[in-house]
Design a binder for this molecule. Sequence first.
Ligand code: FES
Ligand code: FES
Length: 154
Amino acid sequence: MPEFQLTVNQKVQRINAADDLPLLWVLRDLLRLTGTKYGCGLGVCGICTVHIDGKARRSCLISIKEAASGHITTIEGLSKNGDHPVQEAWKEAKVPQCGYCQPGQIMQAAALLIEHPTPKPKLVASTMSTVLCRCGTYPRIKNAIELASKKIRS
Ligand code: FES
Ligand code: FES
């Protein structure tokens, strides 16, 4: 099997794997970064979202080969102590219910705020609706993103 060099949460990792192995399984099974969750495996639910070079990407759709050229950030690497403005806002707005989708929601929201530090409500709604939450936490997600946007700018 070929060897790949991946930068995950600012650490270089050398991994032997088939070149079409999805990044999701590299993270979860080989690197034990289980914060990234499996939902559909088809690019539909958004729950497996991570950042590659600061952009939100569905890790179930990207192979290790494609991911190897970028800097990957998972929920474990978003901040050292869980104190990224989005994470702080999430806690203040008490967003999670069952919690399963929340790593994907947080990673999607953080990527949105990198690109749009003051996103319009329509953009928040359309972006966040791509990450499915069966518990219906979207109203609290919207509030948390407003809060996080303020924190980022203060
Ligand atoms: S598990 Fe990747 S989009 Fe659903
Ligand atoms: S918090 Fe339960 S699925 Fe989103």
